[in-house]
Design a protein. Structure first.
Length: 247
């Protein structure tokens, strides 16, 4: 008896693409419909027609054949290739980092909020209106929020104004912190509050001086790594590039 298959349409953003057997690609995609999943793109290397939808960062509408094994891409319509990400090393390295972060979520996990966050971050990186460092900082905090480990209160639980940010306990006054956490200014707390209070592109619309933004960005990347218990190779590459470029 032949295995039955069904046809299914998904809206998918390619997070990772690796060779599979002789001529195929195994794509890890983030979808609006099913979260993170693998799909198989057969015969890519033998196909004369360029399959741009199979490239990393590509966002497409895919039609899948779904059976007992890995779903197979039957056809796809490219929605947005995000070509501009490949034309700037800083933006490319940040996009790689964002994908590596999202790859941490389990298969079948991740809702349309994570997909929207990644798409908005890519669109803003492709433009010039928002600083890449602002995009990075907002992405890290919004991802933490969507995954359930972002700070929820912006004053110390004792009622005093916060002066420190503990990764395990949240915002604290100096007395309650008892040596825990990193010092933060009110401007940094206000920026974190703004990012976590809004969705969509408004979350990226905050202003800080360059020094404070750089400091906040270092905190948010460490905060993300602390809660995900992971170090990201792509983040290290980004930091080394920025140090070499501006150091």
């Amino acid at each position: 008896m032949m295995n039955s298959t069904i046809s299914k349409e998904i809206n998918a953003l390619v997070l990772k693409s690796v060779p599979y057997k002789e001529s195929s690609l195994l794509l890890t995609v983030l979808t609006k419909e099913s979260g993170k999943q693998n799909v198989l793109c057969r015969g890519v290397k033998r196909c004369k027609k360029e399959k741009l939808f199979a490239e990393k960062f590509a966002y497409s509408k895919m039609r899948l054949y779904v059976g007992r094994g890995i779903p197979v891409v039957d056809d796809a319509e490219l929605t947005e290739p995000f070509y501009a990400l490949r034309q700037d090393i800083e933006k490319l390295s940040l996009a790689e980092y964002f994908c590596e972060v999202v790859l941490c979520i389990p298969f079948g996990s991740g809702d349309d909020k994570i997909l929207s966050l990644l798409l908005n971050s890519f669109w803003l990186l492709c433009g010039s209106e928002v600083s890449p460092l602002v995009v990075k900082t907002a992405f890290e905090l919004k991802f933490a929020q969507h995954e359930g480990f972002a700070p929820m209160d912006f004053d110390c639980s004792c009622g005093k104004p916060a002066e420190k940010w503990s990764f395990s306990r949240g915002f604290l006054c100096d007395d309650c912190a008892k040596g825990d956490g990193v010092y933060v200014s009110q401007a940094i707390i206000n920026a974190v509050r703004h990012i976590l209070s809004y969705d969509g592109r408004r979350a990226y619309s905050f202003e800080m001086n360059e020094e404070a933004l750089s400091y906040l960005s270092k905190i948010t990347e460490k905060y993300l790594q602390y809660h995900l218990d992971t170090k990201f190779d792509t983040l290290e590459y980004y930091k080394k590039f920025m140090e070499a470029d501006f150091g």
